[in-house]
Design a protein around this ligand. Structure first.
Ligand code: PLP
Length: 379
């Protein structure tokens, strides 16, 4: 059996999304910037997709900018905001995605901003008092805090963070890559200026995403070149990708409650199976319903001998899951997120992440394989 439990890294393409993209790739190949009928046809598809995304997020199409994915959207939100508003300070956490961490560090190294990192508890929750203190003592701040952590799944209360940021007139960006398509974001009621999405995290194609910029905020050009994306991002648009993204988000919203229930059951089955069958097992991050991304489960295995081979052994048994980030040689380098919450370095942390395409039998298979692999060490 082959089991794919790495859906936080990327999800399989939904066949319905593929069927929506196919005629765009084969027949509607016109350049959307061309004024002839082939071009106009492609332009119409992009604007229709923009309207779909905007309606789902309860915002206006003029607030949606298509990008090459979540990384570009995060980079753009932070860099453009610091520039447009001459910001001097970024408040973030040490467990953000590298798209946020490296962008902030680069701006700090160039002398443009100071970066402050919020105190975290051992489940990855931020200290709201610390956020309040940092906002009080630093004007011209931007807050960049993810909605759900991609490695441990802990959710941040972005409503509360946004409210606090607005009390101090700070700009708020949330990396929503892991929750877009899995939670119903209503931008109207959310005090968040910048949200991001990446299609391949919700069964859409890779290499396409979007940035939502609240109409009260302005950003400059972020890719030099032609006048695409209303003169902000030069470059011929990824038409089929954009259409696929909109279709994938539409499907995600229409089936959200059903999928949440289904996937939560898979995760609960995995949690209870692990607790029953592997003595000493624990979990990284907050696993309570409502405090945790229902697609992600980060398991902390007791320090058995050969634990560092666990991912490899799962892989040879047909199970794809993930550990820390891989370096170029393929070896894992540890995880900045697990280090950030001061997880015990002697315990192996493995992320299992689920999607609507996974089955309860797959959970049972992975549990059996884990017991088989760990059995010699457990006796
Ligand atoms: N932010 C988070 C939280 C992510 O999990 C990812 C992808 O893993 C990204 C940003 C980057 O998204 P993309 O792969 O579309 O560049």
């Amino acid at each position: 059996m082959k089991v794919y439990f790495d859906n936080a890294a990327t999800t399989p393409l939904d066949p319905e999304v593929f069927e929506t993209m196919r005629p765009i790739m084969l027949d509607m190949f016109g350049n959307p910037s061309s004024t002839h009928s082939h071009g106009r046809e492609a332009r119409t598809k992009i604007e229709h997709a923009r309207r779909t995304v905007a309606e789902l997020l309860n915002t206006s199409p003029s607030e949606i900018f298509f990008t090459s994915g979540g990384t570009e959207a995060d980079n753009t939100a932070i860099t453009c905001c610091v520039e447009a508003y001459d910001l001097k300070h970024i408040i973030t956490t040490e467990i953000e995605h590298k798209a946020v961490l490296e962008t902030s560090r680069k701006l700090e190294n160039s002398g443009k901003v100071k970066v402050s990192y919020l105190e975290l508890d051992d489940e990855g929750h931020i200290n709201m008092d610390h956020l309040n203190e940092l906002l009080k003592n630093n004007s011209r701040s931007m807050v960049s805090i993810m909605h759900a952590n991609n490695e441990i799944g802990t959710l941040n209360d972005i409503n509360a963070i946004g409210e606090m940021a607005s009390q101090y007139d700070a700009i708020f960006h949330s990396d929503t890559v892991q929750t877009m398509g899995h939670f119903a974001h209503d931008t109207e009621s959310l005090n968040c200026h910048f949200l991001v999405g990446s299609a391949h995290k919700f069964h859409g194609p890779k290499g396409v995403g979007f940035l939502r910029v609240c109409k009260s905020k302005k950003i400059g050009r972020f890719v030099e070149g032609g006048g695409q994306e209303r003169n902000h991002r030069g470059g011929t648009e990824n038409v089929h990708g954009i259409v696929g993204l909109a279709k994938a988000l539409e499907i995600a919203y229409s089936e959200m409650n059903e999928h949440e229930r289904y996937i939560r059951n898979l995760k609960d089955r995995m949690i209870s199976g692990l607790k029953d069958r592997i003595p000493g097992v624990a979990f990284n991050g907050d696993i309570r319903d409502g405090y945790s991304l229902y697609t992600v489960l980060n398991v902390s295995f007791p320090p058995f001998e050969d634990n560092d081979m666990l991912l490899f052994n799962l892989d040879i048994n047909g199970v794809s899951a993930s550990g820390g980030s891989a370096c170029n040689s393929g070896a894992t380098m540890g995880s900045h997120v697990l280090n950030g919450i001061k997880a015990d370095p002697d315990r192996q942390g493995i992320r299992f992440s689920f999607s609507k395409y996974n089955k309860p039998e797959e959970v049972d298979y992975v549990l059996d394989k884990l017991v088989e692999i760990l059995q010699p060490a457990m006796v």
